[in-house]
Design a protein around this ligand. Structure first.
Ligand SMILES: Nc1ncnc2c1ncn2[C@@H]1O[C@H](COP(=O)(O)OP(=O)(O)O)[C@@H](O)[C@H]1O
Ligand SMILES: [Mg+2]
Length: 237
């Protein structure tokens, strides 16, 4: 069974384009699926729709086989790392930022214990008193991952999590994701053709709101991905 499934997803922005045009996608527990596509192909829209933050114009989202439409609480089984880590920061310090999320799901004692665990898991202990907005890109990513996972969701959605990282920060985030993978269903959106083969079990190629290709992560070589983009964006396609 899929942990997360999007069925025939369409999404039209008010006064805007049809950003999704019949997307079918599924992620199982223990799996990392990458959605690869150019800027404007609809990746962020897809993540927002799958996360239940935008309601699809047509189609539906299922979480462990149950419709998100009927059971809003299923949203709690998902954690989202947004493209801009800044939008996720709510606390004046790293510690307060994580505690804010933890207090929404746990009592104070449990929240404090979970805080310590997350500080260790995401190597944030030395940064606990720092201002989130002043952190480096990699540190901000680790913080946004910690807050996205604070309520221990089974499903993790990440929108362009690698874009502003230096090479070591990138390796570090890839390692974190690999550690999480056995216990979670993970979906990552990226425009970077180098990423899928490093992390994906399966890659979906998104072009103008449609899945135009699908391939196994192990053979998702950057050149191949580039070529799939080129051939799908031929005039008349
Ligand atoms: N809030 C919005 N209002 C209108 N159009 C939007 C909005 N957000 C995105 N779009 C449009 O929807 C399409 C898909 O955008 P997006 O999902 O952000 O793509 P990606 O994340 O792959 O860059 C683009 O044409 C974009 O201009
Ligand atoms: Mg985007």
């Amino acid at each position: 069974m899929y942990a997360l499934r999007g069925i025939n997803l369409h999404y039209r922005y008010k006064n805007g384009p049809m950003a999704l045009r019949g997307v079918n996608i599924g992620v199982r527990l223990g799996e990392c699926v990458v959605v690869f596509g150019r800027n404007g192909s609809g990746k962020t829209t897809l993540i927002m729709v799958l996360a239940g933050l935008l309601k699809p114009t047509v189609g539906r989202v299922e979480v462990f086989g149950r419709s998100l439409d009927e059971l809003e609480e299923l949203r709690r089984l998902m954690g989202v790392v947004f493209q801009d880590p800044g939008v996720q920061i709510v606390g004046p310090t790293v510690e307060e930022d994580i505690m804010f999320t933890l207090r929404q799901v746990y009592d104070e004692a449990k929240a404090s214990r979970e805080l310590e665990r997350l500080l260790d898991e995401f190597k944030l202990r030395g940064l606990r008193g720092r201002m989130p907005h002043r952190l480096s890109a990699g540190e901000k990513r680790r913080l946004s991952l910690a807050t996205a996972l604070a309520h221990n969701p089974s499903i993790l959605l990440m929108d362009e999590p690698f874009s502003d990282l230096d090479p070591l920060e990138l390796d570090d985030l890839l390692e974190r994701i690999k550690e999480l993978k056995p216990k979670k269903a993970i979906l990552i959106a990226t425009h970077n053709p180098e990423i899928p083969r490093l992390i994906a079990d399966r890659v979906y190629i998104l072009e103008q709101g449609k899945i135009v290709g699908e391939l196994e992560g192990s053979i998702a070589y950057p050149r191949r991905l580039r070529e799939m983009l080129k051939s799908s964006s031929r005039p008349g396609h």
